[in-house]
Design a protein around this ligand. Structure first.
Ligand code: GLU
Length: 279
């Protein structure tokens, strides 16, 4: 069964670019005789707001899109994400990282030839770690690429995914090293996007993921997490992003391009479908 999802984060109202993405997801499902689930990715409780959530549901319904209930709201499922973290931690795949974002950036900046390499600091020695935990210092849980590679053995080098999006269609080899040791949890965000999205795609039996090409790089990490957790791998379709007349991507701060602003300005759902369709 072709099952896809549209997974917006309620950190703002939907704009024309989101409409394009949503229409692409529903069109793919319709062509395959499948369905689309709606998921609200609201794990970042500091940035998500209930009025954006309500606005997203309203705008999608106005566009004429339909989805089965209940809608999954990630903020209601932190226990699920904690269970995944416990599992990975129990297998020695995570380590505590006490560096601040600034320190990490400074360290990466010192890489040879200033190359933008990803962070792979590794764990501290047991004594220092125990001391800093004892002092109550803040830390993030990072996924150790070195340990992941060990755990997967030869399968690590064969990691990849099926891409059906234009330009890159075919098997794409995953290169998680581009991301280094990613953060999977920290104090203010108890589950990262990478963790929550891959968990939910597996739980909801998503067979096909249709999303913007701005998330193409993230897929390299998602494939690694799927392999470590023995989750099935969906087929991916990364679509091009819509741009405005100046060639700039739409962003949540472009208030005039939100679907509600366009609706208030007199545009119909059919107008939006013409402007945003065909990605
Ligand atoms: N929640 C993500 C966003 O709003 C999208 C997640 C995904 O499609 O994988 O950008």
């Amino acid at each position: 069964m072709f099952t896809s999802r549209f997974a917006p984060s309620p950190t703002g109202y939907l704009h024309l670019g989101h409409a394009g993405s949503a229409l692409a997801v529903w069109a793919a499902a319709e062509a395959a005789g499948g369905k689309v689930l709606l998921r609200l990715e609201d794990i970042d409780v500091t940035r998500c707001r209930p009025e954006y959530q309500a606005g997203i549901l309203e705008d999608l319904a106005w566009l004429g899109l339909e989805w089965p209930e209940p809608v999954r709201r990630q903020s209601e499922h932190f226990a699920d994400y904690h269970a995944v973290l416990d599992d990975l931690r129990g297998r020695g795949l995570l380590y505590r990282c006490f560096r601040t974002r600034k320190e990490v950036l400074a360290e990466i900046g010192r890489a040879p030839h200033g190359a933008a390499i990803a962070f792979t600091g590794g764990p501290l020695g047991a004594d220092e770690e125990a001391e800093r935990v004892g002092l109550g210092e803040a830390f993030a849980w990072r996924l150790s690429l070195a340990r992941a590679r060990e755990a997967l053995g030869a399968a690590y080098d064969a990691l990849g995914y099926e891409e059906t999006g234009g330009g890159q269609a075919g098997f794409v080899s995953a290169r998680p090293e581009r991301h280094g040791d990613v953060v999977l949890a920290r104090k203010d965000t108890p589950a990262s996007y990478h963790l929550a999205v891959t968990h939910d795609d597996a739980l909801q039996a998503i067979s096909h993921i249709v999303r913007g090409e701005d998330l193409r790089e993230s897929t390299h990490i998602h494939v690694l997490l799927q392999a470590l957790m023995k989750w099935p791998r969906p087929v991916y379709h990364h679509h091009r992003l819509m741009t405005d007349s100046a060639g700039k991507r739409f962003a949540k701060r472009d208030k005039s391009m939100t679907l509600r602003a366009m609706r208030r300005a007199g545009m119909s759902a059919a107008d939006i479908r013409v402007r945003a369709g065909g990605l």
